[in-house]
Ligand binder design. Structure first.
Ligand code: AMP
Length: 401
């Protein structure tokens, strides 16, 4: 991540009044399958302070987001309309749904809207140019407003027309939610209170190697769990039964565990819960990692491991968690993840940050959102940040003058 101080581009530092402001939000909300019912409106609720701040400054607010993965602009299932309706209820004022996200008609409707009004552009992913960071689309978006604010941390790792390209054509700033993510993650990575522990789990080691490599330079202890633990157990010289492991990652993983020059100590499971098939109702047993039966697959960390992990967490001052310890979606294989979550929630005096992929869902399902310091909203963006990569959308705003 850049060393430049992004505070200088924080919208709070700039006196924006009476302007038309285009806000890139992340309204990619989950829908009940096959319907247009919003399953969880927390992303909409989280955007309200930024919108109200602008309305209180007599601005016209134009919102811009993606939703799902539409194939084409006729994919009605992905229209922003249900979100517009919900937003209007929350704000208790009309929100104008625009028919597209560019063009003369849209420009005219925005021009005719009064100050302190809110309108919503149609799904930006209806435009093929969005993902290609097409400069014509970026320019068309910039034409709609005087000022641009990016408040969509979830797509900050993408150089798209609505995140990166647009900043070349309009004064651009960092919004409230984006600022909060950058503040918290930035402080965590540059100035952590020690001891600092990172818990990394999830499906595949290859998805997390970048994060592991970067965190291993920063944190004191890394705890390993999830499907990826099989690659670590194998690299340590044990059999993993019928569990999938990544042969091409073994030497890299071995280096992480054994290289004395790496700051972090890596802890891997000593016992695991193995099952006779990949199924919620599979037969299962606890086994030490030195005796995993040939035909069994690892679906969770074992009770001794969980105890050790919880103890390490409870002795930490800073914790970052990404990735479940097992197939937490299935009750019989959820206890490693639940107990790690409980240990993190129990760390009342420490800084605890959870994020990326399915980990935020775990915390939310367990009603532990209020028990952690911060739940990072970006899946890929959080991982990119933890990997130490620059976020193109943020870099672009820092360069914008
Ligand atoms: P990620 O998105 O990489 O954090 O991975 C999350 C997914 O990893 C969840 O859906 C879990 O069910 C899955 N997972 C965790 N542990 C295992 C395991 N031992 N075997 C297979 N999948 C796992």
């Amino acid at each position: 991540m850049t060393k430049t101080n992004f505070n200088s581009k924080s919208i709070k530092r700039h006196d924006i009044k009476d302007k038309t402001v285009l806000v890139r939000v992340d309204y990619n909300v989950p829908m009940d399958p096959g319907t247009t019912n919003i399953a969880d409106d927390s992303r909409i609720l989280a955007s309200i302070p930024q919108i109200e701040y602008l309305l209180n400054r007599n601005c016209k607010v134009v919102l811009l987001s993606h939703l799902g993965r539409p194939d084409s602009s006729s994919d009605n299932e992905f229209s922003m309309m249900p979100i517009t309706t919900r937003l209007s209820e929350i704000l208790d004022k009309p929100v104008l749904q625009l028919p597209s996200c560019k063009g003369k008609d849209v420009e005219k409707q925005i021009n005719q809207s009064p100050h302190r009004s809110v309108s919503m552009l149609e799904n930006i992913r209806f435009e093929a140019g969005e993902r290609k960071n097409d400069q014509n689309l970026s320019r068309a978006l910039a034409n709609l407003a005087d000022v641009y604010i990016n408040d969509a941390f979830g797509v900050a790792h993408r150089a798209h027309a609505s995140t990166e390209g647009i900043t070349h054509y309009i004064p651009s700033y960092i919004g409230f939610l984006m600022q909060k993510e950058l503040d918290i993650l930035g402080k965590l990575m540059s100035n952590p209170v020690r001891p600092m522990t990172s818990i990394i789990g999830g499906a595949k080691a290859s998805d997390k190697m970048g994060v592991l490599r970067n965190l291993s330079k920063i944190v004191d202890t890394i705890i390993i769990g999830g499907g990826m633990a099989a690659t670590f157990i194998k690299a340590k010289g044990f059999g993993v039964g019928a569990s999938k492991y990544e042969d091409d990652r073994l030497s890299e993983v071995r280096d992480l565990m054994e290289n004395d020059r790496i700051r972090a100590e890596l802890i891997i499971p000593t016992d695991v819960i193995v099952a006779d098939r990949f199924h919620a109702d599979a037969n299962f047993e606890v086994t030490h990692v030195d005796s995993i039966p040939e035909n069994m697959i690892i679906l969770d960390v074992g009770p001794r491991t969980t105890e050790k992990y919880a103890a390490t967490i409870s002795e930490s001052s800073t914790v970052i968690w990404n990735g479940p310890m097992g197939v937490f979606e299935w009750k019989n294989f959820s206890s490693g993840t639940i107990n790690v979550a409980k240990a993190i929630a129990g760390l009342k005096d420490g800084t605890t940050v959870v994020g990326g992929g399915s980990t935020a869902d775990v915390v939310s399902k367990l009603n532990m959102n209020d028990d952690v310091t911060h739940v990072s909203t970006g899946g890929g963006a959080t991982l990119a940040y933890l990997e130490g990569k620059a976020l193109p959308a943020v870099e672009a705003i820092l360069k914008n003058d």
